[in-house]
Design a protein around this ligand. Structure first.
Ligand SMILES: Nc1ncnc2c1ncn2[C@@H]1O[C@H](COP(=O)(O)OP(=O)(O)OP(=O)(O)O)[C@@H](O)[C@H]1O
Ligand SMILES: [Mg+2]
Length: 432
């Protein structure tokens, strides 16, 4: 543990670490016994803070666990079948932890739903139904959900842990995303959405923080099936809801904002809002209050991109126009169609490759280096000699060496045969 991370216990004297460890239940009895013996043998320090530091060094505890134990909060490090390892962050619905399955050892992301939401039995029942469908999703662009359960009143979801940042975090730390990169991310998200839509699941909360960018450049759609939980507080209005709806309004489709039935095309509108925000750093429907921002999307068109960011490829503007169309019938009709349109923005059209300028003013697509013209194939001519009868071979040899001589010889032979025929005929005629 770094010195700067030295935990600040709530009380002056840090708690008995061994007792806290036992109460936390995160280590086996055998492991606890081993630590105790090493302390008694003087191999491990007695001081709780020093001991915690040593256990972190030996990878027996994580820094997060050590901090929790030293601040005398050992409870809650075990949730269902999972041991909490680190805190990943928190959102409007609860907190997300990195956790390890106690039996399988698999590391997952564990989302613990806030009690205000998980105490609403009606919403939880609906959520559990939705999670049964979400558990069947299996696509490289969707964060897989492994498990969802309620343990001692705590509702949690265990999902695939993705090493990387959400696009929301990326926007905050590194600013807007260049068009070409963004288009790739949006197309991947659309493919993940298509997979969910085909299985009857609409996301309803597509936004930059729900698109995780893995270290390998893969986008994974997060929080599928969780939108049902946002409806926990029936009385929350957009103006008063604390974060729950407010954080989401900015990416909501007009039909969703009006409380109408939504279909997959609603997610495409949210994807359009997400692309807009990540491209420009601004919201497509700005306003001073949630109600104003909500009203803007219901009644009007989004703020022109050119006013915010002038150098966007026209083809991308066209695609955004379709995604952000007010009426669902004017949008792409499926996420697959949207993915294809996004992919085509920077795809080099074969006929244009010959020209110096890339499609739609985008950075010039490098012309592929002319491949060297292959040399003509080396043909070996083989002299094939027909197989003549042996009596003809000398004539053939003569014909090859001296065609005129052979011709003269044949003429001579024919002449002699003709003369012999005449002579024979003459003799037969005179005898008669
Ligand atoms: N499967 C996961 N793998 C890795 N990190 C995750 C995973 N799920 C969530 N996180 C991280 O946990 C943090 C909190 O996520 P969470 O979804 O709760 O917040 P949010 O998206 O900002 O808000 P909301 O509750 O509105 O979705 C984020 O930083 C996110 O990147
Ligand atoms: Mg989220």
């Amino acid at each position: 543990m770094a010195t700067s991370d030295r935990p600040k216990p709530e009380s002056e004297s840090p708690p008995d670490l061994m007792a806290a460890l036992k109460r936390a239940g995160i280590l086996s009895e055998a492991r606890l016994g081993e630590i105790r013996s090493r302390v008694l043998a003087g191999e491990y320090p007695v001081d709780p803070i020093e001991l915690a530091r040593q256990l972190v060094k030996d990878r027996i505890l994580t820094e997060y666990q050590a901090r929790r134990l030293l601040s005398n909060r050992p409870g809650g490090l075990i949730i269902g079948r999972y041991i909490i390892l680190e805190k990943l962050g928190s959102g409007s619905m609860g907190r997300v932890y990195m956790a390890k399955h106690r039996m399988m050892g698999r590391v997952s992301a564990l989302k613990i739903i806030a009690p205000e939401i998980s105490n609403n039995e009606r919403v939880v029942a609906r959520f559990q139904r939705e999670m049964r469908m979400v558990g069947k999703l299996d696509h490289p662009n969707v964060v897989r959900a492994f498990d969802a359960d309620k343990d001692r009143g705590i509702l949690y979801i265990a999902m695939e842990y993705v090493r990387g940042d959400s696009l929301g975090q990326r926007l905050k730390t590194r600013g807007v995303i260049p068009p070409k990169e963004l288009v790739d991310y949006a197309a991947q998200a659309a493919l993940g959405l298509q997979h969910a839509h085909e299985r009857g699941i609409i996301h309803r909360d597509i936004k930059p923080s729900n698109l995780l960018l893995g270290d390998d450049g893969t986008i994974k759609v997060l929080d599928l099936g969780l939108a049902t939980l946002m409806e926990a507080d029936e009385h929350a209005s957009f103006a008063t809801a604390d974060g729950v709806a407010v954080g989401t309004i900015d990416y909501m489709s007009p039909e969703q904002a009006c409380g109408r039935e939504v279909d997959p095309r609603s997610d495409l509108f949210s994807l359009g809002c997400t692309v807009y925000h990540l491209l420009t750093g601004r919201l497509p429907f700005p306003g001073n209050s949630p109600v104003e921002r909500l009203g803007a999307r219901i009644s009007g068109k989004y703020a022109p991109v050119s006013g915010v960011k002038p150098d966007v490829p026209p083809k991308l503007l066209e695609v955004m126009d379709r995604l952000l169309a007010n009426r669902p019938s004017d949008r792409y009709q499926t996420a697959a169609e949207a993915a294809e349109a996004l992919r085509s923005i920077f795809a080099p059209a074969p006929s244009r490759l010959a020209g110096p300028q890339a499609p739609d003013g985008a950075p010039a697509v490098p012309r592929p280096a002319p491949s060297p013209v292959p040399p003509p194939p080396q043909i070996k001519y083989v002299h094939v000699r027909p197989k003549y009868p042996s009596w003809f071979q000398p004539i053939a040899n003569l014909a090859e060496r001296s065609p005129a001589g052979a011709f003269a010889l044949i003429l001579g032979f024919l002449g002699a045969a003709f003369a012999a025929g005449i002579a024979a005929g003459w003799m037969i005629f005179s005898a008669a």
